[in-house]
Design a protein around this ligand. Structure first.
Ligand code: NAD
Ligand code: IPM
Ligand code: MG
Length: 356
């Protein structure tokens, strides 16, 4: 089993080190190969996704990814910015299905942004389409406006696009996932305004005919953002487009206590996968040893389950995380009174100890 380890920038290196430590503590044989990505790769090789890193990612059975980005690269031309590395990997490997489970662990109900009773037992799954939408739609660019409110002014434009097969395959992923859990899918769109999402709604409704055992609801994204904080437990599986999924998953992370608790899996149709926390490189806390490594450690568990056929090892990691939380250990982002504040490395060590 070959795992490509791409730590990236900022807290990426700190949290991936902890996940690697946890993987190494399992009695499994992995070949781990590390490569630079993002700003780190730009510094080392002049490009955020060097060919050698992409090659390694393609050849590996799975990819463990940290995070990329830093404000200092904001002035670079877009193709050279660190974020292009993760977008490029998703596109190159066809990782269209992004699973972002928002689970509120029993011990963290008091760390959530919502009242404990609203999040106790929360277990929802956001399935975000990851290789389409306005993120990748062409054309895009800048030009001088020839119409609109300010003809002659500089304007910028992006294109929101989805094709029928793109929607169909992500809808199937969502219905299949719902079949194994709460049997309910909420498809989140903006069909009242956007043609792209009218097609989305039509196609999801058609695909649903093959999944009559699963309940399907449609919800506009603005309402979904509101319902997520009003009554999050009313959701089971949420399926949505690339941009709405990006935003709603950060929102959902706060129900779990912190974005440092939200893992993710990005899969293609061959079940090859990239596993990363849903958060970014957190430049504000990078290098301070305080980042929460649990989202990355839980992403490693998803990797074992989805790409490496090691469900038992995944269960063990998840149980170890629960045990560490039960011991009262908390990085600052999930700290609450009466618990013990620890740093990134101590948290990783505690998970390793709990595995033993
Ligand atoms: N997949 C990725 O690599 C990815 C994802 C999101 C953002 N980014 C990039 O990261 C950079 C910073 O973006 P941002 O600040 O908007 O988002 P961010 O997710 O990096 O940080 C948002 C807030 O959450 C906190 N946070 C994030 N992860 C945490 C953790 N594990 N433990 C504790 N606190 C944590 C940060 O300290 C910050 O206050 C940008 O360059 C952005 O483009 C990359
Ligand atoms: C860094 C950025 C390109 C990325 C996204 O928007 O997909 C991030 O926010 C995420 O959620 O993984
Ligand atoms: Mg995001």
């Amino acid at each position: 089993m070959k795992i490509a380890v791409l730590p990236g920038d900022g807290i990426g290196t700190e949290i991936v080190a902890e996940a690697v430590k946890v993987l190494k503590a399992l009695d499994l044989k992995f070949e781990l190969e590390t490569a630079p990505v993002g700003g780190a790769a730009y510094e080392a090789a002049g490009h955020p996704l060097p060919d050698s890193t992409l090659k390694l990612a393609r050849e590996a059975d799975a990819i463990l990814f940290g995070a990329v980005g830093d404000w200092k690269y904001d002035k670079l031309d877009r193709p050279l910015r660190p974020e292009q590395a993760i977008l490029g990997l998703r596109k190159a490997l066809g990782l269209f299905a992004n699973f972002r489970p928002a689970i509120c662990y029993e011990q963290l109900t008091h760390a959530s942004s919502l009242k404990p009773e609203l999040v106790a037992g929360l277990d929802i799954l956001i399935i975000r389409e990851l290789t389409g939408d306005i993120y990748f739609g062409q054309p895009r660019g800048r030009r001088v406006a020839t119409d609109g409110h300010f003809p002659g002014a500089e304007e910028a434009f992006d294109t929101m696009r989805y094709s029928r097969p793109e929607i169909e395959r992500i809808a199937r992923v969502a219905f299949e996932a719902a079949r194994k859990r709460g049997k309910k899918v909420t498809s989140v769109d903006k069909a009242n305004v956007l043609e792209t999402f009218q097609l989305w709604k039509d196609v999801v409704t058609e695909v649903h005919k093959d999944y009559q055992d699963v309940q399907l609801d449609h919800m506009y994204v603005d309402n979904a953002a509101m319902q997520l904080v009003k009554a999050p437990k009313a959701f089971d599986v949420i399926v949505t487009g690339n941009m709405f999924g990006d935003i709603l998953s950060d929102e959902a992370s706060m129900l779990t206590g912190s974005i440092g608790m939200l893992p993710s899996a990005s899969l293609n149709d061959k079940k090859q996968g990239l596993y990363e926390p849903s958060h970014g490189s957190a430049p504000d806390i990078a290098g301070k040893g305080v980042a929460n490594p649990l989202a990355t450690i839980l992403s490693a568990a998803m990797m074992l389950r989805f790409s490496l056929g090691q469900a038992e090892a995944a269960d063990r990691i998840e149980a170890a995380v629960k045990q560490v939380l039960a011991l009262g250990l908390r990085t600052p982002d999930i700290y609450s009174e009466g618990t013990t504040r620890v740093g990134t490395v101590q948290m990783g060590d505690a998970v390793v100890n709990a595995l033993r």
